[in-house]
Design a protein around this ligand. Structure first.
Ligand SMILES: [Ca+2]
Ligand SMILES: [Ca+2]
Length: 289
């Protein structure tokens, strides 16, 4: 691993010698140049005769150094890398493979029936990004470290299949974010701490809700429940917006009327702006459709 490499996956390549597992770990990284791999060990284990790699379709295996790097495939291209090792006693490990794909929209890594979303193919995107439930026939369950970090999206909608969000996965350009109930593994640094202009929509008592409460990130808007539901009918909708405007214009509002979305002790124009952001968003049209 070199400076700037971001670890995406670690996979053990195991063979069994009289039921005793013998393994090397292969690490997969993303960096500015593209993709990189190495052995997850400081040095070749003494029993390891050689570590081999080839691109799918190649006949010959190449004995690798500890580390090698490749450019990310162009839009529409997929590259499958196969790995194996041979011990000093000439025992071949099983072949393990990763496929790095670029569908023109997303760059992602598949292996073992799972997909990890690594980056957007075009990192200059702005506006709304709706991450799909499926990419290339695989369910999207994981977003890698830095997945969207270099993009400029302001509204980000994560799918209800997503379970894991890596460090810095969400960019600092984010203004409104939908976190699904399926999300249970959130890196400590997954979300930017922009302040209370950052509207995060989630369900009450979801793992995402607990995470943003504990870390004091953004303004939380529960999709069902209390915050944002100013008239107390269990829904956050346009009637709450009308009610909020009335409350904010009342002279002695002190934030105890359910309208204090950013928890600053006042129901005022800031809260109206936060709720307006939600009503104008794609998140709102999805929730209400
Ligand atoms: Ca309501
Ligand atoms: Ca307020």
């Amino acid at each position: 691993m070199y400076h700037g490499d971001r670890l995406l996956e670690s996979v053990s390549v195991v063979y069994y010698d009289y039921d005793i597992p013998t393994a090397v770990t292969v690490n997969v990284y993303k960096n500015m140049a593209g993709i990189a791999f190495d052995l997850g060990t400081e040095a070749y284990p003494s029993w390891l005769g050689g570590f081999y790699v080839r691109k799918s379709g190649e006949q010959e295996w190449t004995l690798t150094e500890m580390y090698f790097a490749e450019a990310v495939p162009a839009a529409g291209e997929n590259v499958t890398y196969e790995f194996m090792y041979i011990t000093n006693e000439n025992i071949n490990s099983p072949v393990t493979e990763f496929t790095l794909c670029n569908n023109g929209e997303f760059i992602y890594l598949t292996g073992g029936g799972e997909v990890t979303l690594i980056a957007c193919s075009d990192e200059n995107g702005t506006g709304t990004l709706r991450v799909p439930r499926e990419i290339g026939g695989y369910t999207v369950t994981e977003m890698a470290r830095d997945a969207l970090l270099y993009t400029g999206y302001s509204e980000i909608i994560l799918p209800d299949t997503l379970e894991k969000l890596g460090s810095n996965a969400i960019p600092w350009s984010a203004q409104l974010l939908l976190l699904p109930d399926s999300l249970t593994d959130i890196d400590e640094y997954a979300l930017p701490n922009i302040g209370d202009t950052f509207v995060i929509c989630c369900s009450r008592d979801s793992a995402a809700h607990r995470f943003i409460t504990e870390n004091n990130i953004g303004c939380i808007l529960w999709l069902t429940g209390e915050t944002g539901d100013i008239n107390g009918d269990g829904e956050v909708d346009i009637r709450d917006f009308v009610r909020l405007k009335k409350l904010a214009s009342a002279a002695e509002s002190a934030g105890t009327d359910g309208g204090d979305l950013n928890s600053d002790g006042f129901t005022d124009a800031y809260d109206i702006a936060l709720l307006r952001k939600y009503f104008l968003s794609t998140v709102y049209s999805i929730i209400k459709s």
